[in-house]
Design a protein around this ligand. Structure first.
Ligand code: AAO
Length: 512
């Protein structure tokens, strides 16, 4: 009995850190601004068959609509109510997506915007995605309902009512982030409204949440809210399964708030990861890939089992949020693929892949003034579907990084090596490095300006393997280069610095 209680207690403690992905699926993809109908189809035709664990979706609840003159992507971060109609689709489409994705073992993670409602200057009217009336000036959101009692206006102590100094934790939590009306999460009424919203999503069948702007909410308030959440829907998840929680807390060091304050609630975004990895792969500040030998906690990151990691996100790929110019994106595709390759091969953290839409960047004084541009859309502002071309890539401005062969195959690599230790590191003291994952996978990078020709110990069983970066195993054939591992586990790798992708990866499921 004691043992049972202990197991239950351990289960409860570890619960919100567990992504709930189906066994053998180890990454999620952020299908930024995709419509629910397209996500449902993508789960069935692509994500399920290729081993993706889940999808982070854009905020599903009612949001402001901004036409100035075109609709920016960021309107979805300005809630008007918790009704499930958004630029991505309505309530029925949302439910259909969750059911269809869950049925193929790809789970849905909701971007939950619960820190605030729309901006103070959002005006009055029904310019909202379900047409609900609101009045930002009067703090009136009748479709929830929230009124002026439910906001932090009286609590914030800066003159402007805005966050003025990120060194002051009180300002960051009690004042407005870029004028967004800050909800009073210490009020039971507000907490209950938010918990009701999240519980509705849980009952529909979602597997977890990204807490947007978690840094701007007191950890104690988030704890009370998460304690009100129900277990996941047992139609798809085990009895007692808790929602996966990952919190957006930007902590590059040197501010008033640190990520560790949030470990009691769930996982936390590790923003140092993409910022540092970008610096290393770009070889800025004297960084070299050889220094990645102790990547992870050794670089001052949070504990691996608390971290949600990514190369770029929807903010820092366009200069919002944090990370700066070092962040790698699809615009730097060659380096980007290497960054993703490294992240997906390395055991640190729970990994999220970004899937973007492109826009025409236009730099004025070092800032991209087109950073607001929304997803491909029709003249009435509604989002266009994602067309799939015969070569399996996406059309329009949908980038679909998750469908790039190199990235998709590394998502599979991570599944194949799941649970295996980081092993057999090699480097040339510069930017040629290699490492394995136990006896199941091995990866080699050449980020130097010269040829790599090295015989390395891989730890893999002897045989011929197909490199899943230059191609992949198709039946008994390999469409890319072949690597031969000898009876001692050694293999010769030759990677030119001029290769389309200067890295190679092999794993036991790509053995010929
Ligand atoms: C839009 C307009 C605003 C307008 C507002 C209301 O752009 O002009 O006032 O509407 O009408 C998104 C967009 C916003 C948009 C908003 C609402 O990004 O442009 O505002 O929707 O529509 C902070 C937060 C972080 C946040 C990030 C963007 O801490 O939570 O800003 N990310 C999330 C979402 C994001 C969304 C929101 C939150 C709001 O992912 O998409 O906004 O729901 C420092 C701090 C960070 C802070 C950054 C940026 O970072 O540490 O916490 O992020 O500043 O202000 C170095 C430092 C690093 C520093 C960074 C930048 O890297 O090391 O610490 O520089 O200075």
């Amino acid at each position: 009995m004691k043992l049972l209680l202990l197991l239950v207690a351990v289960g409860l403690c570890s619960a919100q850190y567990n992504p709930n992905t189906r066994s053998g699926r180890t990454s999620i993809v952020h299908l930024f601004e995709w419509r629910w109908d397209d996500i449902a189809a993508e789960c069935e035709r692509y994500l399920g068959p290729n081993g993706f664990g889940g999808v982070q979706i854009s905020p599903p609840n009612e949001h402001i609509t901004v036409t100035s003159p075109w609709r920016p992507w960021w309107e979805r971060y300005q809630p008007i109510s918790y009704k499930l109609c958004s630029r991505s689709g309505n309530d029925q489409q949302f439910r259909d997506m969750v059911t269809r994705c869950n049925n193929v073992g790809v789970y849905i993670y909701v971007d939950a915007v619960i820190n605030h409602m729309c901006g103070a200057g959002g005006g009055e009217g029904t310019h909202s995605s379900c047409g609900s009336y609101f009045n930002a000036g009067a703090r009136n959101f009748p479709a929830v309902p929230f009124s002026s009692w439910d906001f932090n206006d009286g609590k914030c102590r800066t003159g402007s009512g805005e966050i003025e100094n990120y060194g002051d934790a009180y300002q960051v939590r009690d004042c407005r982030l870029v004028s967004l009306l800050d909800l009073a999460l210490e009020k039971d009424y507000v907490r209950d409204k938010i918990a009701d919203f999240l519980n509705t999503l849980i009952d529909i069948g979602v597997a977890g949440f990204r807490f947007d702007a978690a840094k701007h909410m007191w950890p104690g308030d988030l704890k009370v809210i998460t304690d009100k959440l129900r277990n996941l829907n047992t139609q798809w998840f085990p009895n007692g399964a808790r929602p996966f929680i990952f919190q957006e807390v930007i902590d590059l060091g040197g501010e008033g708030i640190s990520t560790s304050e949030y470990f009691g609630i769930g996982r936390v975004t590790e923003f140092k990861y993409g910022a540092k990895l970008g610096t290393v792969i770009r070889k800025w500040n004297g960084e070299k890939m050889a220094y990645l030998r102790n990547w992870g906690e050794g670089w001052g990151f949070m504990p691996s089992d608390r971290a949600l990691v990514f190369v770029d996100n929807h903010d820092n790929q366009r200069g919002h949020g944090a990370g700066g110019a070092s962040i790698l994106t699809f615009y730097d595709s060659r380096l980007y693929k290497m960054g993703l390759g490294f992240m997906l091969a390395h055991p640190y953290g729970f990994t999220r892949v970004m899937s973007s839409f492109s826009w025409d960047r236009y730099w004025v004084d070092g800032k991209d003034v087109n950073d607001w541009i929304g997803p491909p859309s029709y003249s009435d502002g509604s989002t266009k579907p994602v067309p799939i071309k015969p070569d399996t890539t996406c059309g329009d401005r949908w980038v679909c990084e998750h469908r790039w062969r190199q990235i998709r195959n590394m998502v599979i690599f991570r599944n194949v090596v799941d649970g295996q230790p980081f092993s057999n590191w090699w480097d040339n003291g510069s930017n040629q490095v290699a490492f394995g994952r136990g006896n199941r996978g091995f990866i080699v990078f050449n980020n130097n300006d010269w040829h790599l020709d090295a015989t390395l110990y891989t730890g893999l069983p002897s045989g011929s393997y197909c490199d899943v970066i230059s191609g992949q195993k198709e039946g008994d054939c390999c469409s890319g280069r072949q690597i031969y591992v000898d009876g001692n586990g050694n293999a010769r790798f030759q990677i030119s610095n001029n290769d389309e992708d200067p890295f190679a990866a092999i794993h036991v499921d790509a053995k010929l």
